[in-house]
Design a protein around this ligand. Structure first.
Ligand code: F6R
Length: 616
């Protein structure tokens, strides 16, 4: 989960190191640290909190002496082993070896037992590798050999950057399971090398990149004029690697602090672009392929899973194709039977979510057809994909997933329309017209600021919030509850409206608000009846509905409306495809964003979260 970043340079590197780390902060941001090698030896600084705290601490502690550092490694942490403390922050070091780690050494308890006398300084799994390396160096092993032999002891995943004060001109990179990329500098930095768990973090400084594969190592050596970078396999045999040109569409990620709102507002434009890609035939090959399948499956985590669930509702209803959506962390361990004539689509904004990646590996091993729908085209999943469905949503910087969700819906809608075309479906043209209307509908939703503020005011006073939806609105209710809990830290639950009476209704009292997603469709009347059951128990209700729904509600619930226990948040009338987009943006994103802001939360960096979840 954590972000790691390293620089070997003939130029002052501390500022670059901190800027790179800031670009990686989305991976985890509970604590951060750097280790620097230079003429003054090995220097370490770590702080709890964001990169800004690290920058101040570093400026104060180093008093500028490390302006001459030629190698630096840095880390932004999402705690796994050990609480959020300075001692548990990375780099971990024994004063000789310092390293930063993304991943988990699963056998850390066994590793500790090799050094029964040692006084450990942290509770981390990471620290347990260090004495092996330092001991081998004391036994006069070369640095690379010491690292390689020590890694033989480890079980688990890692991307590691390691320095040692006896080898002040060397940085070692090692990979197993967790991604790491080496970048070659460009422009003023043409003699520098960069390393990171996400090449987007190195984007401003690199022109070429080389990804490490599992078991590989890299040694970057600072020379008097030029630095040198060599790659090795797990036995230490040199490897020839090709450098690929690196091009990256940046998203100005250094300075802004409210990406969530910016990204929410990008959605109408992004969906328009997907519709244009659809018109140019970008999905044309998929129709016949999907129409020939016996089953379709979507697999993902969190918001990506909910997008898959919407896809499952769409495909079953309109293409009459047996379709399921499943949570990746469950999929893999329940040993599913994968029918041969099926397609498994793995959804992941980041393309790095470990549960989804492992589920993809499981499906690949069982020889079914797979495809990866992702936003990050240089990600591990994109590289492993047999077929790629790019989201083209642009970098999603806020930790909460918004535009990637609607891009997933848009790509899925394109797949559905292509399938319906091959099937000669009578529903296709109406669905297509509705899909084309999505950008305009979202613009209407996004311009409705005052109504959204009023809705947020209702939620901000609740002790708990239950999002309710029937049919297609059920996955949106799940997404709404996820968005609200992660942004505002309110307890929130998503439920199928019809299921309320089977238990959750016991929770109802005046402190609980139910957000009822109620488009005026064939399920509206049933939704309204279920809502009355809630109100009869004193629960407060916030309806999201269209004008026809509003009319009915006003007629039937006029007393509750007058008493203020029922409120309506109006959204435009929707069709069968646009419904998921409109209610997804309104109920899940906007309402959550506004509520979180009212509560003074940091929407881009909610507590305890990270953007790419690279642990199981
Ligand atoms: C919610 C959120 C998470 C992610 C989940 C999967 O706002 O961001 O629930 O959707 O961690 O991440 P990806 O899509 O990168 O696999």
């Amino acid at each position: 989960m954590c972000g790691i970043f390293g620089v070997v340079s003939d130029l002052p590197l501390v500022d670059v190191l901190l800027k790179g780390l800031k670009r990686l902060e989305y991976r985890g941001y509970d604590s951060a640290g750097v280790a620097l090698e230079g003429a003054h030896g090995l220097f370490l600084e770590r702080t709890v909190g964001r990169i800004e705290s690290l920058r101040s601490a570093l400026e104060e502690a180093s008093r500028g002496i490390f302006q001459d550092a030629s190698i630096g490694i840095a880390h932004s942490r999402w705690a796994t082993h050990g609480a959020v403390t300075e001692a548990n922050a990375h780099p971990q070091s024994d004063g000789e070896t310092a390293l930063v780690h993304n991943g988990i050494f699963e056998n850390h308890t066994e590793l500790r037992a090799f050094f029964p006398q040692k006084k450990w300084e942290s509770e981390t799994d990471t620290e347990t590798l260090i004495p092996f390396i330092s001991e081998k160096i004391r036994q006069r092993r070369a640095f690379l050999t010491a690292v390689r032999e020590s890694l033989d002891m480890v079980r688990g995943g890692y991307a590691l950057l390691i320095i040692n004060k006896n080898f002040p001109q060397q940085l070692i990179v090692a990979k197993n399971g967790n991604p790491v990329t080496v970048g070659r500098g460009k422009g003023a930095f043409s003699k520098s090398f960069f390393v990171s768990s996400d090449c987007a973090a190195m984007a401003p400084w690199i022109g070429e990149k080389a990804d490490l594969e599992d078991g590989e190592l890299c040694l970057i050596q600072k020379g008097p004029t030029e630095s040198k970078c060599s790659f090795f396999d797990s036995r230490g045999v040199p490897l020839a690697k090709d450098w690929e040109p690196f091009v990256f569409a940046d998203n100005d990620c250094d300075e802004t602090d409210d990406f969530a709102l910016k990204e929410i507002h990008e959605q109408p434009g992004l969906i328009k672009e997907r519709i244009a890609a659809f018109d140019q035939g970008a999905f044309a090959n998929w129709g016949a392929r999907l129409a020939a399948k016996d089953a379709l499956n979507f697999v993902g985590c969190g918001t990506s899973f909910y997008a898959g669930l919407v896809g499952a509702y769409w495909f079953e209803k309109w293409a009459r194709l047996s379709t399921h959506a499943e949570i990746a962390s469950e999929f893999r361990y329940r040993c599913p039977v994968l029918p041969p004539k099926s397609l498994y689509v793995f959804l992941s904004q980041s393309g790095e979510t470990l549960d989804t990646l492992k589920a993809l590996e499981y499906a690949t091993k069982h020889a079914v057809e797979t495809a990866v729908m992702t936003n990050v085209l240089h990600s591990t999943m994109a590289k492993k994909a047999k077929d790629l469905l790019p989201l083209h949503a642009g970098p999603e910087m806020s930790v909460i997933s918004t535009k990637a969700f609607t891009a997933q819906l848009a790509v899925t809608a394109c797949l559905l329309l292509e399938t319906l075309a091959v099937q000669g479906s009578a529903h296709r043209s109406a669905l297509e017209a509705d899909f084309r209307n999505v950008p305009a509908l979202l613009r209407t939703v996004l311009s409705n600021g005052d109504a959204m503020n009023a809705a947020a005011e209702v939620l901000a006073t609740a002790s708990a919030v239950i999002f309710l939806g029937r049919g297609l609105c059920y996955p949106i209710a799940l997404e709404g509850a996820l968005k609200l809990k992660e942004t505002s830290y309110l307890f929130a639950e998503g439920y199928p409206t019809g299921e309320m009476k089977h238990g959750p209704i016991a929770l109802m009292d005046a402190s609980v608000v139910s957000v009822v997603l109620a488009p005026f469709d064939d399920l509206f009347e049933k939704t309204l009846s279920n809502t009355q059951e809630i109100m009869a128990r004193g629960g407060r209700v916030l309806f999201l509905t269209d004008t026809q729904g509003q009319e009915k509600i006003q007629k039937q619930l006029c007393e509750a409306m007058a008493a203020g226990t029922v409120k309506i948040f109006l959204v435009p009338p929707t069709g069968e495809l646009s419904k998921a987009f409109v209610y997804g943006v309104a109920a899940a994103q906007i309402v959550s964003y506004k509520t979180a802001k009212l509560k003074g939360r940091n929407v881009d960096r909610p507590r305890n979260l990270a953007k790419a979840v690279t642990v199981e």
